[in-house]
Design a protein around this ligand. Structure first.
Ligand code: NDP
Length: 271
C-alpha cells in the first residue's frame, strides 16, 4: 500500500489524514496517510528517511514549506514562483515539489462559493508563505488587478515585482490601501490563527465584497464578522484546505476526488 504523510510542527491538529482517507474510500484507492511530526530544523533528514523507506508522497505544512521546496530535486513552475512547496512526490528516483494551495483557493472560490475572480478588483492581505503560494493561480484567473497589502510594505512590493509578469499587481502597506471598492478581499495574514484582529486602517469592505479568510473555524471568526459588519459575504478557508488536498490527491493518484461530502462533513463540525 502506498504511504503518504502530512509533515508539520505542530501537526496533531491536521485534518489532512481524514480528508485523504475520505478521498481514498470514494475513489477506491488503497493508500495509507498519516501525520509526521518533525522537529524544527530537521526537515531534510526526516523527509529523506521517509522517502528512503519507500514513502510515496507528502503534504507539508507550517513551518516547513520552504524546506520542502529546497529538499526537492524537481519543481513545478508554480512552486518555483511561490518559492515554497506543500506537496512532494517520489517519481522515478526524483523528489518532485509542487504547490497546490493556490489551486485550492481558486477552486474553493469559483466552484464552491460561486465567486467570479475574472475581471474583479482583488485585495490580498499578507505577503507571507500563503500569499506567495496563491498569487500565481489567482493572477491566472484573470482578475482586473490584485493589490497586495502587508504590515511590512517592502514584502508586498517584493511580491508585486516577482509576479508582475502574470498580471496587473501592486504592493503597499496596510495603511496605504487604495480607497476604492474591492470585489474580493482575502486575508492571508496569520492574525486569525494567532487570535489577533487585523488592524486595517479603514474599512475595505462593502456590501458587494466577498471576504475570504484562509484560516478556518473559530480562528477566522473575527475577520469574517468584521467583513459581514459592512454587509460583505464571507467564508473561511476550510474549502481551500479540502480543495488543495483534492489537487494533491489527483497529482499522486491520477484520479480527482469529489469534495462536496467531506467538505460538508467538516463544515458541520467546524461551524
Ligand atoms: P507567514 O508566517 O508566512 O506570514 C504571516 C503574514 O501575516 C505576513 O504577511 C505578516 O506580515 C502578517 N502578519 C502577522 N501578524 C500580523 C499582524 N499582527 N498584523 C498584520 N499582519 C500580520 O504565514 P502563512 O502565510 O504561511 O499563513 C497565513 C495564514 O494562512 C495562516 O492563518 C494559515 O493557517 C493560513 N493558511 C491556510 C491554508 C488553507 O488551506 N486553508 C493554506 C495555507 C495557509 P509581516 O510580513 O509584516 O510580518
Amino acid at each position: 500500500m502506498d504511504r503518504y504523510v502530512v509533515i508539520g510542527n505542530p501537526v496533531a491538529h491536521s485534518l489532512s489524514p481524514r480528508i485523504h482517507a475520505a478521498f481514498a474510500r470514494a475513489t477506491g484507492e488503497a493508500i495509507e496517510y498519516t501525520r509526521l511530526l518533525v522537529p524544527i530544523g530537521e526537515f531534510a533528514p526526516s523527509a529523506r528517511a521517509f522517502f528512503d523507506e519507500g514513502g510515496a508522497g507528502a503534504n507539508v505544512t507550517l513551518p516547513f514549506k520552504l524546506d520542502a521546496y529546497r529538499f526537492a530535486t524537481r519543481r513545478s513552475a508554480r512552486a518555483d514562483l511561490a518559492g515554497a512547496a506543500n506537496f512532494l512526490a517520489s517519481r522515478g528516483g526524483a523528489i518532485f515539489a509542487d504547490n497546490t494551495d493556490g489551486a485550492g483557493l481558486v477552486a474553493d472560490l469559483t466552484l464552491n462559493l460561486g465567486v467570479t475572480v475574472r475581471g474583479g478588483n482583488v485585495l490580498l492581505l499578507g505577503a507571507g508563505g500563503a500569499a506567495r503560494g496563491v498569487l500565481a493561480p489567482l493572477l491566472e484567473a484573470q482578475p482586473l488587478r490584485v493589490v497586495v497589502a502587508n504590515r511590512t510594505a517592502s514584502r508586498a512590493l517584493e511580491l508585486a515585482e516577482r509576479f508582475a509578469a502574470l498580471g496587473r499587481i501592486e504592493g503597499c502597506g496596510l495603511d496605504a490601501i487604495p480607497r476604492e471598492r474591492f470585489d474580493l478581499v482575502i486575508n492571508a495574514t496569520s492574525t486569525s490563527t494567532h487570535g489577533e484582529r487585523l488592524a486595517l486602517e479603514r474599512a475595505v469592505f462593502s456590501s458587494s465584497t466577498f471576504a475570504y479568510d484562509m484560516a478556518y473555524g473559530a480562528a477566522a471568526r473575527p475577520f469574517l464578522e468584521q467583513a459581514r459588519g459592512h454587509g460583505a459575504r464571507a467564508s473561511d478557508g476550510l474549502g481551500m484546505l479540502v480543495e488543495q488536498a483534492a489537487e494533491s490527491f489527483a497529482l499522486w493518484r491520477g484520479k480527482r476526488p469529489r469534495t462536496e461530502a467531506i467538505l460538508a462533513e467538516l463544515r458541520s463540525e467546524n461551524a
